[in-house]
Design a protein around this ligand. Structure first.
Ligand SMILES: [Fe+2]
Ligand SMILES: [Fe+2]
Length: 419
């Protein structure tokens, strides 16, 4: 009857321990409860659980009960001890009979002091993950084989708990490493993109900084559209690289201080397709980058080039870059024409919404500009790119507000086709 009770009690403790190991999120707490259950189920006076660090070759105490403050928190293990523990497997070692091992010689004093009788190496998948240390039983009797079996079963659960924790830590470390690698790669990619943009702009002496500005305007538009961080970055990259095809166009055509003739114009107009060919084989984190290069001179009304696409046929990213590109062309001096004043440019955007530009993009762009002028946006990006005076032109705020009200947010071309 007594034995049966003991058995039921032990099974209960085992079940609880299994549950503990499987569900507890907090490792420390899980170990504390496990040790408590183990000591409680056999009425053991004191004990502790240590986790093994195979890099430092030491056992670090995770939880202790009744071992006192003097007990070492870290116990080193030499090769001979490790080998012996592995050979022994997950089974209690009688401290009194293992004195030949260096480990027990070094810590003999501490073990004797706290009356530690058993040490159970926690072996999981042929590796030591820790040990369980156990003191004497409350009734003073020696451990019998039945006790040892229970100890083994419970120690196995504890070992699995530690092993799981180790795996998690390893996984987290690798994830962190990957994250760092990924961040480094992204930085390299961004730097390369900027270097490319600088190379493109270097060739075109009259429109210095054009690619960089188009990148920044595209970024503002994407932000105003509510895109997430990665998508905004994708839009910026598309802007930075949109004219990459110009690298193959002759320098004197790009830099011609007059309106170029038809032949030269045909040569220049190849740059979107060439840009696409250059960008396509590169593995971009954003798949639309080559498309932005190819179609950034298309117009909603089909009067653009190279393919004369209409509205929805044009990739969205290309519509963004087109607006950013045109805005920069209007707001910078060209060899044969001075830049246009801000008010005129805004009117132009408004007038061409639905013809050249996607209306909702003009709205987004104007909203971005207005936010900066009213102080709602902290960054002064337009001011940096266009100059303070330019942005403080009289009447620009009401004009922007008017533009925001006046633009139908969907394209008239689309509306016609729906009727
Ligand atoms: Fe272009
Ligand atoms: Fe451009």
């Amino acid at each position: 009857m007594e034995n049966q009770k003991k058995l039921i009690h032990t099974f209960g403790a085992l079940a609880e321990l299994g549950n503990e190991v499987a569900h507890k999120q907090n490792f420390q707490e899980m170990m504390r409860t496990s040790l408590h259950l183990l000591l409680g189920s056999l009425a053991i006076m004191r004990g502790g659980v240590a986790r093994y660090s195979r890099y430092a070759h030491e056992l670090n105490m995770i939880v202790m009960r009744g071992l006192g403050e003097e007990f070492p928190l870290s116990l080193s293990l030499c090769y001979e001890d490790e080998r012996q523990f592995l050979t022994n497997g997950l089974f209690p070692i009688e401290v009194s009979q293992a004195k030949v091992l260096p480990f027990f010689q070094i810590y003999d004093h501490s073990f004797e002091n706290r009356k530690l009788e058993l040490l159970v190496p926690l072996i999981v998948r042929d590796e030591i993950v820790g040990v369980v240390l156990l003191g004497e039983k409350a009734n003073g009797e020696p451990y019998n084989s039945y006790d040892k079996e229970i100890i083994c079963a419970m120690a196995q659960h504890i070992g699995v708990g530690i092993s799981q924790r180790n795996l998690m830590a390893e996984l987290e470390r690798r994830a962190e490493e990957n994250r760092k690698l990924y961040d480094d790669l992204r930085m390299t990619y961004k730097d390369t993109v900027k270097a490319f943009a600088a190379a493109i702009d270097y060739k075109d002496k009259y429109t210095e900084g054009h690619s960089v500005r188009v990148g920044k305007y595209s970024e503002i538009i994407a932000e105003e559209l509510g895109w997430d961080e990665n998508e905004v970055e994708g839009a910026a990259v598309a802007g930075y690289l949109h004219d990459v095809g110009k690298l193959t166009v002759e320098r004197n055509i790009i830099n011609a201080p007059y309106r170029i003739n038809a032949k030269e114009s045909a040569e220049l107009n190849k740059h979107p397709s060439v840009g696409y060919e250059i960008l396509l084989p590169i593995h971009h984190p954003y798949t639309d980058v080559p498309l932005a290069a190819k179609y950034h001179h298309e117009r909603l009304d089909g009067r653009g080039y190279p393919d004369g696409l209409i509205d929805k046929e044009i990739p969205y990213i290309a519509k963004i870059v087109n607006l950013a590109d045109s805005f920069d062309a209007m707001t910078t001096d060209r060899p044969y024409k001075r830049r246009r004043v801000a008010n005129e440019v805004i009117e132009d955007l408004q007038r061409n919404a639905g013809k050249q530009f996607a209306p909702e993009l003009v709205t987004a762009f104007c909203r971005g500009m207005l936010k900066e002028l009213t102080g709602e946006a902290k960054e002064r990006r337009f001011r940096k790119l266009l100059g303070r005076e330019y942005m403080e032109a009289e009447g620009i705020v009401p004009l922007l507000k008017n533009a925001l009200n006046g633009i139908n947010s969907s394209s008239p071309l689309t509306l016609t086709s729906l009727d």
